[in-house]
Design a protein around this ligand. Structure first.
Ligand SMILES: [Zn+2]
Length: 65
């Protein structure tokens, strides 16, 4: 769970405008959403929740700002 902490998007500040292409990835019994911009959501047991994570990210990619 800590191995991804250093990961950074390769295209910082470039793809972070409207080009958020998300997909839901399955790993074992978990699903998580990830995006072209480098963002990804925590693992979910439900594919539907992962899809909601993706939708929320596209709607508001940078909620802290
Ligand atoms: Zn994104």
């Amino acid at each position: 769970m800590t191995a991804v902490a250093d990961r950074q998007p390769e295209t910082t500040g470039v793809a972070a405008r409207n080009d958020h292409r998300t997909e839901v990835v399955e790993r074992g019994s978990f699903c998580f959403a990830q995006c072209d911009c480098g963002w990804f959501a925590p693992g979910r047991r439900s594919r539907d929740k992962a899809r909601r994570d993706a939708a929320a990210h596209r709607a508001d990619p940078d909620p802290g700002d």
